[in-house]
Design a protein around this ligand. Sequence first.
Ligand SMILES: Cc1cc2nc3c(=O)[nH]c(=O)nc-3n(C[C@H](O)[C@H](O)[C@H](O)COP(=O)(O)OP(=O)(O)OC[C@H]3O[C@@H](n4cnc5c(N)ncnc54)[C@H](O)[C@@H]3O)c2cc1C
Ligand SMILES: NC(=O)C1=CN([C@@H]2O[C@H](COP(=O)(O)OP(=O)(O)OC[C@H]3O[C@@H](n4cnc5c(N)ncnc54)[C@H](OP(=O)(O)O)[C@@H]3O)[C@@H](O)[C@H]2O)C=CC1
Ligand SMILES: O=C(O)C(=O)Cc1c[nH]c2ccccc12
Length: 426
Amino acid sequence: MENLFRFIDDHQDSSRRRCIWVNGPVIVGAGPSGLATAACLREQGVPFVVLERADCIASLWQKRTYHRLKLHLPKQFCQLPKLPFPEDYPEYPTRRQFIDYLESYAKHFNINPNFGECVQSARYDETSGLWRVRTTTSSGPEVEYICRWLLVATGENAECMVPEIEGLASFKGEVIHASDYTSGEKYSGKRVLVVGCGNSGMEVSLDLCNHNAYPSMVVRSSVHVLPREILGKSTFELAVFLMKWLPLWLVDKLLLILAWLVLGNIANYGIKRPSTGPLELKNTKGKTPVLDIGALEKIRSGKIKVIPTGIKRFVSPNRVELANGDQLEFDSVILATGYRSNVRSWLQESEFFNKNGFPKSPFPNGWKGSKGLYAVGFTRRGLSGASWDATRIAQDIGSVWKKETEQQKKTTSSIACHRRCISQQF
Ligand SMILES: Cc1cc2nc3c(=O)[nH]c(=O)nc-3n(C[C@H](O)[C@H](O)[C@H](O)COP(=O)(O)OP(=O)(O)OC[C@H]3O[C@@H](n4cnc5c(N)ncnc54)[C@H](O)[C@@H]3O)c2cc1C
Ligand SMILES: NC(=O)C1=CN([C@@H]2O[C@H](COP(=O)(O)OP(=O)(O)OC[C@H]3O[C@@H](n4cnc5c(N)ncnc54)[C@H](OP(=O)(O)O)[C@@H]3O)[C@@H](O)[C@H]2O)C=CC1
Ligand SMILES: O=C(O)C(=O)Cc1c[nH]c2ccccc12
């Protein structure tokens, strides 16, 4: 039966590309978003195929995060649909606990992604009304999947942002992106330039301090720093609570007053605040406020130095010239300069996704496009946003699936029988 749905593309080089009909959605990406959607589809009885370029689930968490990382939102905002965290997990689960949870989540819902398959292109074929998704595999020939629904779950952090700074290539010390930073152990006694002051820049600088390194952090523009907790209560949880009663601008004002009471005036340490409030900035520009877990204390004590200006250029072998003309020496550079979506590099579509690879419609309307195209995990609302999308998408596809299955039960057409053949195992 399986062979009925596996055919060789007759107008392509048949020796090089396998062509596979997927009866159900293709999900691109096996991070939390892809897994959450797969789990919800499983509950709806809809078969699916998950394509993942890495050799494991949640590759961002397994391969591109540092060892001491903890979730910075309380656990109730980070668990995926249908399966809560184990009860004994702490308020802020560690990276290891989060990965263990995701592994057991995939097992629980019997989600078996096709690993080592990187989607190179996806386009909607108007003639057939189907999506054609091409991948390169780590182990063999190219594959083309043909499906009716395409679910984009490649994430807001698919690629690293590496800025073009004059002379960077001539810097003689090590230069890495924060996603390649695992621990501060090997930096003990070293002068490290950390470029960027988002959550990554702050937490890497703190970890470096804890390993007796000498970090200097570049703050070229501005950033909101909020305490992770206020009087033992999560600031994020407090914000979510206040948002039920108050307008966003007022919640932002209250958060800033509380931050000032707890942290003091951060301008004293060379850190400017944006003129837009923290939640409004997150919603409109996607810029996440820093939820401080101790970096500010190190800044206050001078253990993390703040460089309150941009970088002009690197001067070989190990100097950096700042925008104000000062020159400083460093042993290593860590680029905590953020991430970007990669959707536009492979999805041949410009109606639903903008040029930055995010859905054009803001939350709550950015999960569903036309022609069977969906996006999960692009709402700049972290893991809870991804769970929200996943639930909606599975309900949407599930209702169509159920209706059609009912109709098919009533007919004896052989075509209808074929349509329900699951092609998950090849
Ligand atoms: C360091 C860090 C900490 C964070 N902490 C929190 C937190 O505490 N709480 C919170 O709510 N959010 C947090 N976030 C936000 C973060 O976006 C989510 O935690 C989460 O990982 C998003 O899941 P995702 O599945 O959308 O994306 P990802 O986890 O990035 O997964 C996407 C997957 O798609 C795969 N992929 C990409 N392109 C292709 C392709 N072309 N073909 C095939 N596969 C592809 C990738 O390999 C990856 O496995 C954090 C983010 C970072 C970077
Ligand atoms: N514990 C946790 O849960 C953690 C969560 N995260 C999450 O991961 C996501 C990504 O965070 P992060 O990696 O910090 O990325 P961000 O996009 O939040 O921050 C990037 C930083 O790099 C700066 N930058 C970029 N280019 C340059 C340049 N050429 N020169 C100087 N500065 C530059 C930006 O400055 P500017 O604003 O001026 O552009 C900004 O300060 C966020 O959602 C964050 O919350 C990250 C770490 C830990
Ligand atoms: O950690 C992240 O990247 C997140 O996106 C989590 C998050 C969603 N909404 C927020 C608002 C304030 C701080 C963090 C988040």
